[in-house]
Design a protein around this ligand. Structure first.
Ligand code: SF4
Length: 209
């Protein structure tokens, strides 16, 4: 295939921030070993974002997707989590097709602010008020994860609970810097609304990436 073709196939190169083999720390898949691929670029602008270093896509090198897949396979993992930044700024069809070809489970963490691409075994949708989800991602999301930093966020959570499909798993996750003040509110909320579960950023307690 010529170099020209590389540029004509979307997703043959991706802006890679970092990649690492660890455990999923959050949500339904907590504790599962997975290879994380963090892609650069995000204009959603969450005030509490803990991966701001990923926002500027231009400072992260465009890496051959084939090379990323090679690294995944070298790790020996059976699962990949694609995160960001906002990974759906990029066409992920090629990455997923190749990973599925190697029987790798594909998981994504997304705000849904850009159109869905790729073939996913698990879609974790974490909608943000600044740039709400587009398209039909609510219909196919496997997991809804709402970050809670104040009481108004429970209203946002309920709005999206009504938009996702009936099988979607529902999680409330305390914003890390507000943990001490907001966790009692979340606990009381879940006791009254047991369809929700609490998600904690367990990787931060385990001191793993
Ligand atoms: S969508 Fe994610 S990466 Fe983007 S600003 Fe919000 S928390 Fe950060």
């Amino acid at each position: 295939m010529s170099k020209k073709d590389d540029f004509e196939i979307p997703g043959k190169k991706l802006p890679l921030v970092e990649e690492f083999f660890t455990l999923q720390g959050e949500g339904f898949q907590t504790g599962r070993a997975a290879y994380f691929i963090r892609l650069g670029g995000c204009d959603v602008g969450c005030s509490w974002c803990d991966s701001r270093y990923s926002w500027d896509q231009d400072i992260h090198p465009l890496v051959d997707t084939e090379k990323i897949i090679e690294n995944v396979l070298d790790s020996g993992t059976d699962s990949v989590v694609v995160t960001g930044g906002e990974p759906l700024m990029w066409d992920l069809g090629y990455l997923c097709k190749e990973l599925k070809g190697h029987r790798i489970n594909t998981f994504i963490e997304t705000s849904g602010a850009y159109p869905l691409t790729g073939i996913w075994d698990w879609i974790c949708l974490s909608p943000k008020k600044n740039m709400p989800p587009v398209g039909k991602i609510c219909e196919v999301a496997d997991e809804l994860k709402i970050i809670i930093q104040n009481k108004n966020d429970f209203i946002w959570a309920e709005k999206y609970k009504d938009l996702v499909n009936k099988d979607c798993k529902l999680f409330l996750q305390p914003e890390w810097s507000k943990f001490q003040t907001i966790i009692p509110e979340i606990v009381e909320y879940v006791k009254k609304h047991p369809e929700w579960r609490v998600s904690l950023q367990s990787h931060k307690y385990m001191h793993i990436p």
